[in-house]
Design a binder for this molecule. Structure first.
Ligand code: HEM
Length: 131
């Protein structure tokens, strides 16, 4: 059925996919996102998404979500942005973040799409060294 198909797509996606509730708490994380951030799902689910980012966004992310809910003015939803992720071992990596807002069984959730940019950045840095 449709739910099983969607689940198979999410489980096997190359990009990371994370869903949060309207307060920023992680509800689901796919294997690709777990691999990128180096966490097991149960270490992330139920915790604030801000655990996956370095300062200053870490301290401000609840405020970003609140501001959006108050004003309806998106800064990433429908636009995308290059941001920094924080792995369990404390290292950071760049990725392209897309966020969409989903109305799901009477409540609002946000879905984040995470496209790793580490390799592209490394290649850019190497090119700059030779320039
Ligand atoms: C807004 C950073 C992950 C949901 C933002 C903003 C930044 C940011 C910089 C907007 C700041 C501004 O007002 O200009 C990050 C970083 C992440 C991350 C560094 C690294 C883990 C996520 C994920 C989701 C998410 C995975 C969803 C599952 C949102 C929402 C907003 C937001 C709903 C407010 C709406 C908007 O501004 O469009 N985030 N974010 N974020 N983020 Fe994140």
């Amino acid at each position: 059925d449709k739910a099983a198909l969607l689940n198979a797509i999410i489980e096997n996606a190359i990009d990371g996919i994370i869903t949060i509730d309207e307060r920023g708490r992680v509800e689901s994380i796919n294997p690709s996102a777990c691999k990128l951030f180096q966490y097991e799902p149960e270490e992330v689910v139920g915790h604030n998404i801000s655990m996956l980012m370095p300062p200053p966004d870490r301290e401000q992310h609840d405020g970003y979500i609140n501001r959006y809910q108050r004003t309806g003015q998106p800064h990433i939803i429908g636009i995308g942005r290059e941001v920094q992720g924080l792995r369990k071992n404390g290292t950071v990596f760049p990725f392209r973040l897309g966020v969409s807002e989903v109305q799901y069984s009477g409540r609002k959730i946000y879905t984040g799409f995470i496209h790793d940019l580490s390799r592209e950045k490394e290649a850019e840095d190497r090119l700059r060294e030779y320039a």
